[in-house]
Design a protein around this ligand. Sequence first.
Ligand SMILES: [Zn+2]
Length: 75
Amino acid sequence: MVNRMRATRAHRDNRRSHHALQANRLSKCKDCGTLHLRHRLCLNCGKYRGRMLIDVKEIIAKKEKRTKEREKVAH
Ligand SMILES: [Zn+2]
């Protein structure tokens, strides 16, 4: 690189002025009203745009089972 091509502090900082990160955009679930990430399914009710995608109740039941089994092992 030739010295005349060297970016000045202002040049460098102007370039970096576009590098800021944005916070995640959240939107309200149509079905249950909680916030969820845009273009992702709602983790509260398991729906995306009104379509049922995952059975949240089943997952919660499984998790409870697992924790109970762990407690049994611990005692
Ligand atoms: Zn929801």
